[in-house]
Design a protein around this ligand. Structure first.
Ligand code: MOS
Length: 733
């Protein structure tokens, strides 16, 4: 088959031209018949307590102001976080509900005016007085609450074998504590919403990863029937987990629109985003490892301590990597949280595995050196043959192959040279390796397709494209499914009136929504074969011989145009549904995507400045749906890895529960100068147990391990093991 739009081909983004010409509307850019008013968020300036008084008169009189919403005049809402059992993406996110301030920066008012300038100016005229309450913002290793469950439904505590005995009995032991800082999701497109209410129906243009849960959450919050709420999010400028749930400005925009019965737009300012949007909490990871002098791991212990935002049930599965990466006689993995008066801690770019692997793959590296072994050989000698945390078989497992192939491509040498002794001019040179592993999930997803008599196939799902390439890979799945050109496929996403999909998150979007579309295409094929048979166009040809190519059905000795078949069916168009559900393979097998990453760093021996010179990864993520967009996702993850290792850190002022570096200038991210040429290789092994397409999640895979590869290279270069991320230059000197 020679279809340039087939699955796997590096098809250019089908939405690329719309994006670069500014025609793809992001949340704040939708054009409505009636120009929206602009809302500006007034944030609480205390960490916790209550509003004593709030004076709105000066703001109300200010030029262009149409309304000032506070808890005194906003619509009745369901109390925040209720019903609790409904879960964090669907429960109430009430704002301006009462005088209670749960955290610093929490919205206390929305000033609505004709222009942004007028709204922002009037917000400065607001006078709010507060009564402060005692605040807890710091979560250290005293955290002792056992979370009810971890993100992804994982158990907080797992033990296999007798950890203490195995650890005490190990000839080589390591007992270390790693820390990672608070991190922001910091998507390029700020959280923004336009709400439009006509007295009955609420239309919400938002930037959201999950559409269905957003409808539920808004309906619950605002006490509306779900069928009165329509959520649209066709284009999204990044989410990274911070847009999984409905965010503050969305509720505020809806309250404004309902109050005024006019469209209201609220875009979070970058400084709002850094405080008001969900973030990743800091982690303290106490790791104890034991091995024999033979280099066999005997004991893996991982205890995670993190904050949990009061009233918000999210706990990060930081021990995920420690649980599944290496074979061990005994395993102990615990998660403890402490409730803090902070904005929601939530999923952020590979929750669990990203910061878990940063610490754990560093600690494994330490253990390898302690055993006197090459870090690559040590990893290869400890590959598991089943999931160490559950005993389940792996659906597929080729981590060893990734490590070996990566080592060869990178030119890894086990020369036994002492860390801190390899130099090039004034630079210390080091090499590091780490395993990448990320849980692979399949979520329920539905889609509907229609084949028109002009040969156009349209697919609908409330799936989202957060910048990852969903429109493109779905185009390819439909094009291959029915043998169509990409130009003849239209993908319609991001609207709650479309069939319920997985949405985007947890790296499950492509496999889940793609499998549903694949199913719909198979149903459409059957339908077309039926039409051909019923019309007597084809006789006695076996179904297996039917091929869909070039807009035609080739069957028996016939070539039938799909356009003709649709017409012959007696209607203008054929419609089909498709769906996917997790099944036995998800229940019975441990499912992961894998990779191995190799870094070379140079460290200035005088200043401690670390420069990543090379970062190379070999990844196994099943069947690759589009080699161009997949590579882009992997590249992005590798950059985040550099970021986690060397740069990223939200600075918390613990007195106020306020983040200090609330913009992209002071929140350090890698820029071109920080990122070397990255090398990405795929081992393409479709995994039939993963989903009907054989693909695996790829969006978060390369974040996992990349940071540790860099950190391990820094150790190899300097002989200094930094256990407090990020590795800034003051720590390596
Ligand atoms: Mo992801 S951090 O589950 O959107």
């Amino acid at each position: 088959m020679n279809n340039p739009a087939s699955i796997g081909q590096p098809l250019d983004r089908v939405d690329g031209p719309l994006k670069v010409t500014g025609k793809a509307p992001y949340a704040a850019e939708h054009q409505l018949p009636q120009q929206p008013l602009i809302g500006w968020i007034v944030e609480a300036s205390i960490p916790k307590g209550r509003i004593k008084s709030i004076a709105t008169q000066a703001a109300e009189k200010s030029s262009g102001v149409v309304a000032v919403l506070t808890h005194h005049n906003s619509a009745s809402q369901t109390p925040p976080h209720e019903p609790e059992e409904e879960g964090r993406f669907t429960q109430s996110r009430a704002m301006l509900f009462d005088d209670h301030i749960p955290y610093h920066g929490f919205p206390v008012a929305l000033v609505i005016a004709d222009t942004l300038v007028n709204a922002r100016h009037a917000a400065k005229l607001m006078e709010v007085s507060y009564e402060s309450a005692e605040t807890t913002t710091r979560a250290g290793d005293e955290a002792d609450e056992i979370p009810s469950e971890l993100d992804g439904g994982m158990e907080p505590d797992i033990t296999q074998g007798d950890f203490e005995q195995a650890y005490q009995g190990s000839e080589v032991t390591l007992d270390v504590t790693y820390t990672t800082p608070h991190q922001a999701a910091a998507a390029m497109e700020p959280h923004a919403t336009i709400a439009d209410f006509d007295g009955s129906q609420l239309k919400v243009y938002i930037s959201a990863q999950l559409i269905g849960p957003s409808v539920q959450s808004l309906a619950t919050t605002l006490k509306l029937d779900q069928d009165k709420v329509r959520v649209m999010s066709p284009y999204i400028g990044g989410g990274f987990g911070s847009k999984l749930g409905v965010h503050n400005e969305a509720v505020l925009a809806c309250l404004g629109a309902m109050h005024l019965q006019r469209p209201v737009k609220v875009a979070q300012h970058r400084r709002h985003v850094f405080q008001n949007a969900p973030h990743r909490g800091n982690s303290i990871q106490h790791i104890r490892l034991g091995a024999g002098t033979d280099g066999q791991i005997r004991a893996i212990g991982h205890e995670s301590f993190m904050p949990r935002a009061r009233g918000y049930e999210f706990a990060e599965p930081t021990g995920a990597s420690a649980r599944t990466t290496y074979r061990t006689d005994a395993l102990k993995s615990l998660h403890r949280v402490k409730q803090v008066d902070m904005p929601p801690c939530d999923s952020c770019r590979a929750p669990g595995h990203a910061i878990g692997s940063l610490a754990f793959e560093s600690a494994i590296d330490e253990l390898a050196y302690k055993c006197g072994q090459d870090p690559l050989a040590f990893r290869l000698a400890n590959m598991p043959d089943k999931d160490p945390s559950t005993g389940q078989p792996f659906a597929s497992h080729d981590l060893a192959a990734c490590l070996k192939e990566g080592a060869e491509k990178f030119g890894w040498k086990s020369d036994g040279q002492e860390p801190g002794t390899r130099t090039e001019g004034r630079h210390l040179v080091g090499y590091g390796v780490a395993s990448s592993i990320r849980v692979n999930m399949l979520m329920p997803s539905k889609t509907r397709i229609r084949l028109d008599s002009d040969g156009t196939l349209t697919a609908w799902a409330d799936m989202t494209d957060i910048g990852t390439g969903t429109y493109t890979i779905l185009t390819q799945i439909a094009a291959e499914g029915l043998g169509l050109a990409a130009e003849n496929v239209r993908i319609e996403l991001g609207d709650s009136t479309y069939p319920d999909s997985s949405g985007s998150g947890g790296s499950f979007g492509a496999g889940s929504s793609g499998s549903a579309l694949h199913d719909a295409c198979l149903n459409m094929r059957k339908k077309l074969l039926d039409v051909a048979r019923e019309q007597g166009l084809v006789k006695d040809a076996p179904e297996e011989d039917a091929r869909f190519e070039d807009g035609n059905l080739h069957w028996g000795d016939q070539t039938l145009a799909l356009t003709d078949l649709v017409r012959q069916s007696g209607s203008d168009a054929l419609e089909m549904d498709g769906e996917v559900e997790p099944g036995d393979d998800q229940e019975n097998y441990s499912q992961q995507a894998y990779g191995a990453q190799f870094a070379e760093v140079h460290v200035d021996r005088d200043t401690g400045e670390v420069r990543v010179k090379r970062l190379l990864g070999v990844f196994s993520a099943g069947r690759i749906l589009n080699h161009k967009t997949a590579r882009s996702q992997i590249l992005g993850g590798m950059v985040w890895g550099i970021s986690y290792a060397l740069l990223e850190e939200l600075m918390l002022d613990e007195r106020y529960g306020a983040f200090m570096n609330r913009d992209l200038a002071e929140y350090h991210l890698p820029v071109n100068r920080d990122v070397p040429a990255l090398e990405v290789h795929f081992r393409e092994e479709p995994d039939p147990r993963s989903n009907p397409l054989g693909s695996k999640g790829i969006g978060e895979l390369s974040i996992c391990g990349a940071g540790a590869a860099v950190a391990n290279a820094v150790y190899n270069a300097t002989g200094v093991r930094v256990r407090d991320f990020p590795i800034t230059l003051d720590k390596v000197l």
